[in-house]
Design a protein around this ligand. Sequence first.
Ligand code: ASP
Length: 322
Amino acid sequence: MLKNSWRTFAAVASALAIGTATAYPDKPVTIIVPFAAGGPTDVVARTLSQALGTQLKGSVVVENVGGAGGTIGAGKAARAAGDGYTLLFHHIGMSTAPALYRRLDFKPTEDLIPIGAVVDVPMTLIAKPGLQPANLKELVSYLKANKDKVNLANAGIGSASHLCGLLLQSALKTDMTTVPFQGTGPAMTALLGGQVDVMCDQTTNTTGQIKGGRVKAYAVTSKGKLANFPDLPPLASELPGFEVGVWHILYAPKGTPAAIVSRLEAALQAAIKDAAFASKMKELGAEIMPAERQTSAGARALLTSEIAKWGPIIQAAKVYAD
Ligand code: ASP
């Protein structure tokens, strides 16, 4: 009798396990974006959510949880139930947070499972309309001479804009006042209104503003010039070695069943190929990750190597958030 109940239990359990994977999703999936709505990470996540929804035959919605350079939203996702209904879309900040935050309340490599890397996005160095310098060379001298007057907007400690600003200040050997926002969506509004002066931000937020002539653009952070901005020099032409690319990964909280992770991995790879997603990314200057990075293992390898790369750089710069 006892033996039979165990058999029944095992059969029910395995049917449930299969059921979980095949019926998934049976309600909306939420992607947490750890920055404000309307910014560059948000734009990519919302475009991806459409394509992912098509692949999953369900609804995928975005929830913005900004603050503290992305660590509040990432922490929320890390503590969410591992059931496939809460995901996280985050960028390079995931690899700088462990060195920057003394009291980080989650462990990027243990509390979250990478599903796949999606895009690598270059940044641009932009300024409020009417800032005096006419080109990058002039801007470099201007920033050195006016460090007490100029402020730099960013999306909080550990954000990509913060990281780019740190590299800029270190290359110029000058400290500037920084103004944090919950994301560079609201920071862009402040820049357009002239409340802040300069900002580094992904092309996924700056392309429209630059092409529309609404901000002053000085440089790109890629090694060479970008096809979308043939007139903008790389920052490295004035500050040798300056290069920042903002990679983005989709994650699930730890405990998410392997069958659901595999389902999401396949859906993500197909979503990245979606024509509307691909053309929007091209328009915004975001580069699609190579196929081997679009896997859980490839994304994990990227995250681990970036944590190893940025840790010593940040420790040497002695920058911390408490
Ligand atoms: N671009 C931002 C950053 O600096 C974040 C955002 O709003 O997407 O990390």
